[in-house]
Design a protein around this ligand. Structure first.
Ligand SMILES: Cc1cc2nc3c(=O)[nH]c(=O)nc-3n(C[C@H](O)[C@H](O)[C@H](O)COP(=O)(O)OP(=O)(O)OC[C@H]3O[C@@H](n4cnc5c(N)ncnc54)[C@H](O)[C@@H]3O)c2cc1C
Length: 314
């Protein structure tokens, strides 16, 4: 294999996973990213594995499934990854649940496990990723593979020297590569509670009061949420937090009174579908990999494998 100099723009879950796969394949990889922009959302992700907020086409399902299998292999508390059983609530007859068919431990919920007004739901076992631990671990193993990191803002891809450039800059990617499709911020607000030892997660997408989810990590519990398309306000809203706490405690009364340990707002990089392709009109070979909406963690390894294949096949 010919070793290439590859520059990855972005150090979120997508950029780091791509850097891992390319370095593992023997390429000389540099990750370039600026720091702490409120539009960077990987640290905010819940993160429970499932293809949320993306079109459920065959490609998305395949990339998600490849990612799930990687997380299953990697599952370990020291990496921030656990395999956890939880409930997915179904309220609308048209809800597409085909993506759950291959999941371990799948069974229909009993009447007692379903909130009033819901049609039913499923219990499945999937990876849960504590991003506060996982991103630290992922960056460390990427560094061990010899990947270099540069902290700087890229305003123009021409300022980057490399045989191949990968744009994995999340919501800000279209500032670097032209895109005929809009990328839309989808605001998500969360509040984290102290975890007395809960492990069961709960997701109710279409709850009457709004998106409701509870994701116990190791030390805390991520409670959400919102998915407000077109809203790029990264400020915390106390009224929204009150609503989230009302919804999650109604769904899981055992959360009542648990201390709040932290809170956050993130902007999901919304697009009709993730963009993973060569940019044909770029001055030098460039791949776009962004627009993963609410499923960037859930698709990360599958996308990274795909990008590594594209570089190898060129
Ligand atoms: C509240 C919330 C809950 C979520 N829950 C889940 C979940 O449960 N499961 C799931 O799969 N997903 C979840 N998501 C979605 C997930 O977080 C995103 O899809 C994913 O993090 C996108 O990753 P990314 O690497 O593409 O972008 P980002 O994490 O935004 O990273 C972008 C990177 O690009 C860099 N960058 C951008 N522009 C430039 C530039 N011009 N120059 C230099 N560097 C630049 C930034 O510094 C950053 O390093 C959630 C999101 C939110 C907000």
């Amino acid at each position: 294999m010919e070793q290439k100099q590859v520059a990855v723009i972005g150090a979120g879950v997508i950029g780091l996973s791509i850097a891992h796969e390319l370095a593992h394949a023997g390429h000389a990889v540099t990750v370039i990213a600026d720091d702490h922009d409120p539009r960077d959302c990987s640290p905010l992700a819940g993160a429970v594995w499932f293809p949320y907020g993306v079109s459920l086409d065959a490609d998305v399902i395949e990339l998600s499934e490849r990612t799930r299998l990687r997380f299953e292999e990697l599952a370990d508390a020291s990496r921030g990854i656990a395999r956890r059983s939880g409930r997915f609530i179904v309220r609308l007859p048209e809800t597409d649940m085909a993506w759950t068919d291959a999941l371990p431990g799948k069974r229909e919920l009993t009447q007692e496990e379903v909130p009033d007004g819901a049609l039913g739901g499923f219990r499945v076992t999937v990876p849960v990723i504590d991003m506060s631990k996982y991103l630290v671990w992922l960056r460390a193993i990427v560094e061990q593979l010899g990947v270099r990191f540069e902290r700087r803002l890229i305003n123009d891809l021409a300022s980057v020297e490399a045989d191949v450039k990968i744009v994995a800059a999340g919501l800000r990617s279209p500032e670097l590569v032209p895109d005929a499709e809009p990328i839309i911020p989808r605001r998500g607000q969360i509040v984290r509670l102290e975890n007395p030892g809960l492990t069961d997660w709960y997701v109710d997408d279409d709850a009457p009061g709004g998106l409701t989810y509870v994701i116990p990590r190791f030390d805390d519990i991520v409670c959400g949420g919102t998915d407000d398309a077109g809203n790029a306000d990264a400020e915390h809203d106390p009224d929204i937090e009150t609503g989230i706490l009302e919804r999650v405690t109604a769904a899981m009364p055992e959360l009542q009174g648990l201390p709040i340990v932290s809170r956050g707002v993130g902007l999901r990089p919304g697009r009709s579908e993730p963009r993973i392709e060569w940019i044909t009109d770029a001055a030098s070979p460039t791949i776009a990999c962004y627009g993963h909406g609410g499923a960037g963690v859930s698709m990360s390894w599958g996308c990274a494998e795909r990008v590594a294949d594209m570089v190898r096949e060129r």
